[in-house]
Design a protein around this ligand. Sequence first.
Ligand code: ATP
Ligand code: MG
Length: 566
Amino acid sequence: MKASKMLIATLKEAPQEAKIDSHILLLRAGMIKAQVAGVYQFLPLGLRVLHKIENIIREEMDASGAVEILCSALQPKELWEESGRWSKYGPELMRLTDRHEREFCLGPTHEEVFTTLVRDLVKSSKNLPLNIYQIQTKYRDERRPRFGLMRGREFLMKDAYTFDKDEEGLNASYQNMYDTYSRIFTRLGLHYQVVLADTGNIGGNGSHQFMALSDIGESEIVYCDACGYAADVEKATAKLVKEPKEDALPLEKVHTPNQRTIEEISSFLGVDAKKTAKTLIYHDYVNEKLVAVVVRGDREVNEIKLVNALNSNENYLELASDAEIESLKSVHGFVGPKDLPCEVYVDEEVTELSNFVIGANEKDYHYKNVNYGRDFTGKVCDLRKNVAGDLCPVCGKPMGQERGIEVGQIFKLQTKYSEPMNCVYVNEEGKNVPMVMGCYGIGVSRTLQSIVEQYHDEFGIKWPLNVAPYHAVIVPINFNDADQQALSLKAYEALCGKSEVILDDRNAKPGFKFKDWELMGIPYMIICGKRSNEGIVEFKNRETLEKQELPLEEAVKIILKAVQEI
Ligand code: ATP
Ligand code: MG
């Protein structure tokens, strides 16, 4: 490819909206271009990378025994009513109406579509197990689209669905996908960790996430080095630490003027935050009620655990307004679980405390020497967010914490969709039995950006060779110099057809050209300069930034060998 014919769209400065390195670099390197918030166009180089990632995914999926199809993004409302998700999915679902007032959505995921497809096409158990997948554009009206391709409103996903006769079959299919995902992310060069996950909107039980490790990741992971336990914080549990009980002291109401937060109250009363409990009021719109949640003062509520305890939906759960808190005869900043006229959910850790502090549901007052059981009760369950230092639920050792980008997730769906949607097969006794399903997603566009997040430096992207848009670029210092032009063309011919190579025939300053290719992350650069008449080039490695003078043939050999190895 001649550089003069490419749509090179590198930028000196990243647009304001980009906050993280990978987003800044994808925009600056001209890999993608923003359309509106959370919606991007892929420019030529970005598209080449995307195709390479897709192809690695495709090769591994095909090798695993899966078959590829392509479904429409437009999905009729009726399908979603069959599964019960039309009303449950919430504001993330992009809904639209056609000229005949028929309602549709743009698919955020395809359980309904694949389930009905198999229901209509597969009748005999001879066709099972079945694993079908697609690489297709998804739509989600995310509350906060951000970080470029990381959280888009339109994005590319590989989604696969398995259909088995029974639980045992599902377990085998699930393990097969677990192994396939591990191979895919290894081939893509990502540093990743597999963690236990919550099943969210998709439902069913049994799930893992594949996390690309990164400080900018939106997911938090707690893990145990001792036994290998690792879980998304939404799902993580920890061993409950049993505290020795103190003798219960008499309950005392204390004046705490303007002391609202846990920090304020613990310093005002001179007690450790661990000897306080905080009470949050939530509005659960699914069950249409207000509920109180009590956790230790130094803890955060894990809203996913709460959603599961309430059998609610994360899109339909919000912190209550001041007016709603007042409707419970309480006041913001002084809420406590004692005598509160609503259901109270108590984190199990709170029941281990003795003589602790809570709000008194009265402005400027708290209770001291509170004891669970005597002063208030509630539904006790695990509702706290776990953090580093909490004890591993498996082996009891203190856990660590890190951040990750969720690049893939796999679920055991069981019969969550096949049963209501009547996706059945006929068993040996002639009875209709719902198929047992699994579903498996990879965020293809998010994966692309995750690679950049892990592979870059201050000069730009450092694409791993197997996903790089091109393998090598030939840069003559001065294309109008006869020797340099001749050697460049010779290098180009030697590499063309055997590798993916660019010839930078642009009439620009050499420093500008070097910077450009470094930004775009092309793994190898051959520079034809003043020793061109001797056949000597400068050979530069993008990853290591090493530069060496070599005969052209040597440089070509190194590149072709590396390309052959991928
Ligand atoms: P998240 O928790 O990040 O919102 P999710 O769990 O809702 O993601 P899944 O339904 O599991 O996502 O979708 C499968 C994969 O699609 C995810 O693992 C992720 O890599 C990718 N993905 C999900 N939402 C987005 C998005 N808004 N933009 C880009 N990729 C996404
Ligand atoms: Mg997920």
